[in-house]
Structures are given as C-alpha cells and as structure tokens.
Design a protein around this ligand. Structure first.
Ligand code: HEC
Length: 118
C-alpha cells in the first residue's frame, strides 16, 4: 500500500510537470496523511480512495447510485459482499477493499456529507 501510493504520487508529479494543462489530475491527502492521485472520479468527493472506488465501482453502473447512499462502514462492507456474491464483482485485494471502505464510510456515511453531490 505505501509503496503503491508513493509510486502513484511520483507518477502524478512527473505527468503534471510534463503535460500540465492537459491531464487534469491532482494529489489529495486526508487527515491521516494518506494520498492518492485522482484524475477521473465523476461525482465522487476528491479524497484518498476516490480514484480507487471510481475505478472499481463505476465500471458496471454510475457512481450516482453510490453517492446517493449513506451507509456506515459496516453497511458498505455488506454492499461490497453483495456486489461480489450476487452482482459478479471480482474480489478486491484486502488493502484496496480497506481503502474503499474507509473512503465510502467517511464521505458517504449516514450523515450524507456529500449528498446531494456537488
Ligand atoms: C460487476 C459489476 C459491478 C461492480 C464492479 C459493482 N457493482 Fe454495484 N451493482 C451492480 C449491479 C448489477 C447492481 C444492481 C442493478 C443496478 O442498479 O444497476 C448494483 C447496485 C449497486 C448499488 C445500489 C443498491 C441499491 O440499493 O439500489 C450500490 C450502492 C452499489 N452497487 C455499490 C457498489 C460499489 C460501492 C461498488 C464498488 C466497490 C460496486 N457497486 C461495484 C454491479 C456491480
């Protein structure tokens, strides 16, 4: 996880320098110091985990049906189990799964801090 994050960060810096103005990407950081380079996240709130969630979840359906939900981390965990068992989603690696659950449980919690999407 650390290694991949650092690599992604370096890639973002290099791409940002090389083709600035073309690639709309940025590096985001959360309170725990985790970073992620994001470039295409649709309606998701920009924070670490957004890109990963978009990449894994918006292949089958719009991210809209995700941002409309307000769930606890446990609630999102159940939804991920459901996606895998009944909807044909591939199992996620544990560290990806953890980051996605942290992301969704924080920014798409029952308090719905980002609903309606803005
Ligand atoms: C392999 C395809 C696939 C992937 C990948 C996938 N889903 Fe789904 N998901 C579905 C299908 C099919 C439905 C139900 C039909 C629909 O609304 O399109 C659905 C529905 C949902 C719903 C709506 C539930 C409701 O109450 O209406 C949520 C929330 C959801 N998915 C979350 C996720 C999240 C979060 C991820 C990523 C971790 C994800 N999905 C990845 C196929 C997928």
């Amino acid at each position: 996880m650390m290694r991949r994050t650092v690599f992604a960060l370096a890639t973002g810096v290099i791409a940002g320098l090389g083709i600035s103005g073309v690639a709309a990407q940025m590096t985001v950081e959360d309170d725990e110091g985790r970073t992620e380079v994001i470039y295409e996240i649709g309606m998701f709130h920009p924070a670490p985990g957004a890109q990963l969630t978009y990449d894994f979840c918006a292949v089958c359906h719009s991210e809209m049906i995700i941002v409309q939900q307000g769930q606890t981390r446990e609630g999102w965990d159940d939804i991920l189990v459901w996606m895998v068992e009944d909807m044909g989603m591939a199992e996620l690696h544990e560290e990806d799964r953890d980051l996605i659950l942290d992301y969704l449980g924080t920014y798409y919690s029952p308090d719905r801090p980002h609903y309606p999407p803005s």
